[in-house]
Write a protein that binds this ligand. Structure first.
Ligand SMILES: [Zn+2]
Length: 395
């Protein structure tokens, strides 16, 4: 209703802003909500934008420094200007901080970014899509003929890293019943089997591994993340998805990787609820701890490195699982898993497939395909650790 009323007073030069911006970058598609209720015209949260474009942000409380597409932008908080390449530019509205989140004018993304970084960024008004075509191609093709094999394997890490593997559920908490798993096999068995195989694969690649469990025991969800503290570089929780009985539910299949955030989609909420269910098998929460903690961590992490790193790990996991997994690549998702909120390091939760789908169940429960999944997961982890090494060595 409000949108229709405002339309009448818009001048010809103005267009009703879309409600969502779709960003296509690195072969992935992300949606960022556009807000019009903050009083400064259409704005979008910088966090998801940076994540989609692999950008960074830093602030001294007066200026906000963003890098987008490897170009630096400085926004003066509360003023409708920014600088880049030594020049000052005007904005339709200022960059603002609301409840610990940075918002930048939608106009910046729709007009200025595509103009300042043409042809890398392109904005299509009709579909409200921002496409990142990536950095211009380098002159020389990477050498593949001489010596370096194509399809390089992820090996030769420079340092010793520690990764915590968390096979979901265990003990009195069976996880999901595993509709199409062999008789008696539940989610908790499959996560442990694949977790142990992943540990072996990682150790073979020179990575130190901690497992939250190596047997059929129950570990409190809130304690699992505690396995991954300062010494640990990454936390990987393994799970098996399932759907409640409904029309066509056995035909849904595929794998998805989550990193911590407030659950966004209906489906993410469902998976979050399902995986957090295990709490009912565990000791009661200390008073008032649960909800508040997520809020706090989210604020703390909004533009924080762990979140970005976690998103990157999730992306690599999806890329690598795509090869051995015959199911659908369901993409990177965000949800507020208790098990992830307690990790103080980059953390992801992998749903390896649907036990309510016959083929997925087969892939997850057969030894040979379990090994293939574990190899792909290990390659993804090592790919991440190599990126992490490159980044931190350059500091
Ligand atoms: Zn689970």
């Amino acid at each position: 209703m409000i949108a229709i009323l405002t339309m009448a007073v818009l001048t010809v030069a103005e267009v009703v802003p879309p409600t969502t911006l779709t960003i296509i970058s690195g072969g992935r598609e992300r949606r960022v909500p556009i807000r019009t209720d903050l009083g400064a015209g259409p704005v979008l949260p910088a966090g998801p934008l940076l994540m989609a474009l692999n950008g960074t942000a830093a602030s001294d409380g007066v200026w906000i420094d963003l890098t987008l597409g490897s170009r630096a932008y400085r926004f003066l908080l509360g003023a409708p200007i920014f600088t880049t390449g030594g020049r000052l530019h005007a904005l339709a509205a200022p960059a603002t901080v609301r409840r610990d989140s940075l918002f930048i004018p939608f106009q910046f993304v729709a007009e200025l970014l595509p103009r300042l970084q043409a042809p890398r960024f392109h904005y299509d008004r009709g579909s409200a899509r921002l496409t990142d075509l990536g950095p211009p191609a380098t002159t020389a093709e990477p050498r593949t003929a001489a010596g370096a094999p194509s399809g390089m394997r992820e090996t030769s890490l420079q340092r010793v890293h520690k990764v915590t593997i968390d096979p979901g559920h265990g003990g009195v908490d069976p996880g999901n019943p595993g509709l199409y798993f062999p008789k008696g096999v539940k989610e908790k068995h499959v996560t442990l089997q694949i977790g142990l195989l992943l540990a072996r694969e990682l150790e073979a690649r020179g990575v130190e591994v901690d497992l939250t469990r190596t047997r059929d025991t129950l570990i409190d969800l809130r304690d699992r993340g505690g396995f991954c503290t300062s010494e640990c570089d990454l936390f990987v929780s393994l799970h098996v998805n399932s759907l409640p009985r409904r029309r066509g539910y056995t035909s849904v299949r595929g794998f998805e990787t989550y990193f911590l955030a407030e659950a966004r989609t209906e489906d993410a909420v469902r998976v979050e609820r399902m995986e957090n269910e295990a709490v009912r098998f565990e000791r009661p929460a200390e008073s008032g701890e649960a909800g508040g903690a997520l809020d706090f961590i989210l604020k703390d992490l909004q533009l924080n490195e762990y979140l970005r790193e976690s998103a990157r790990v999730a992306e690599l996991v999806q890329q690598h699982l795509d090869r051995p997994h015959p199911g659908e690549n369901r993409g990177v998702k965000q949800a507020g898993f208790t098990v992830l909120t307690t990790a103080r390091r980059p953390a992801v939760l992998v749903e390896l497939g649907y036990a309510t789908n016959r083929e997925d169940a087969r892939v997850m429960s057969r030894k040979a395909s379990q090994e293939a999944l574990a190899r792909a997961l290990a390659d993804a982890v090592v790919a991440y650790l190599r990126e992490y090494e490159r980044k931190t060595d350059g500091r």
